[in-house]
Ligand binder design. Structure first.
Ligand SMILES: Cc1ncc(COP(=O)(O)O)c(C=O)c1O
Length: 300
């Protein structure tokens, strides 16, 4: 594969991309039997890395995975990998995307844990953040409400950030094929859940609302930060179930994730939201989010 400036850390060793190989018997490859987390850096510092790793520990409980390494090792190696990336010539000012994938390991084919012949394996991928183009805040996103529903919590629980994203990926592919940037998903009962890789908010008459965790969504680190920013800024925020019609009629719709931060949705199923312009609450929360990152990471 062409190296676009990627740095790889495999089980604690930073290695050239050409040497970064995982067995064909790895369970992440065979079954999607892995977990992952993504953070981005700001001036070289990752935002809320500990929260991401705490979520990965929760995901591990949900899929009965026992890490062979302590999460403190994951944290240390992620930080070391960011430093190593930035130590490369011309990279010292680059912000990066950092993904950690932990696979249950490899061994004989078959679900039983007795087939495992290795400890859990981890890979850290560090790439230039510019490789993940996000829509600029003002341009916002054009989303489709997918016909494909979000996984039921009693099936593949969305609270678990596993390596099995096929359901979301298929929702994305259909949306992309039809000219949308990405997709939002409903649950089986017709309540909105979240996007394929981000959480969902809407604003009506100054009140912010977001789907509750128990509708079956990922407990987003950014979502939590936004809920707290609403409280700090005196913006009422509720966690409530709502049907898709509420979005069409909303004053504002926006989504959140570690990469997207706060991103307005300006077109939904071909209908303009807020006349196709970012609304005042999304703007205020984006500004508050930027300030929070600056404050928390002690940026210039
Ligand atoms: C399904 C899903 N929802 C929400 C999010 C946003 O989570 P965070 O804010 O922790 O990046 C993600 C991010 O990966 C995701 O995959």
């Amino acid at each position: 594969m062409k190296n676009r400036g990627t740095l790889i850390n495999l089980n604690g060793k930073i290695i050239p991309l050409e040497e970064a190989k995982v067995s064909v018997f790895d369970r992440s490859f065979l079954y999607g039997d892995s977990l992952y987390e993504v953070v981005r850096t700001y001036q070289g510092k990752p935002f809320r890395l500990k929260e991401h790793l705490a979520r990965m520990e929760k995901s591990a409980v949900l899929c009965q995975m026992q890490f062979s390494q302590p999460t403190s090792e994951y944290e240390r190696e992620m930080l070391r990998s960011i430093e190593a990336y930035r130590a490369q010539p011309g990279k010292s000012n680059e912000d990066v995307y950092v993904r950690i994938v932990v696979s249950r390991g490899s061994g004989k084919i078959g679900f039983g844990l007795g087939n495992l012949e290795t400890p859990t394996l981890y890979v850290i991928i560090v790439e230039p953040i510019s490789m993940f183009p996000n829509k600029p805040f003002n341009e916002g996103a054009k989303l489709q409400i997918s016909k494909r529903i979000r996984n039921h919590p009693m099936a593949l629980d969305p609270a678990m950030k596993s390596g099995n994203y096929l359901n979301s990926l298929l929702a994305y592919l259909t949306a992309a094929e039809q000219g949308y940037d990405d997709a939002l998903m409903l649950d089986q009962q017709g309540f909105m859940t979240e996007g394929t890789t981000y959480n969902l908010f809407y604003v009506n008459r100054g009140i912010v609302a977001t789907s509750p965790l128990d509708v079956g969504i990922l407990d987003g680190v950014t979502r939590r930060a936004i809920i707290n920013l609403c409280v700090e800024n005196g913006i009422p925020c509720r966690e409530v179930r709502f049907p898709k019609e509420y979005l069409y009629q909303a004053d504002e719709v926006f989504v959140s994730s570690s990469l997207k931060e706060v991103l307005p949705v300006l077109n939904l199923d071909g209908k303009k939201i807020n006349g196709g312009k970012a609304g005042p609450i999304a703007l205020k929360l984006k500004k508050a989010f930027d300030e929070l990152v600056k404050r928390e990471l002690h940026l210039d």
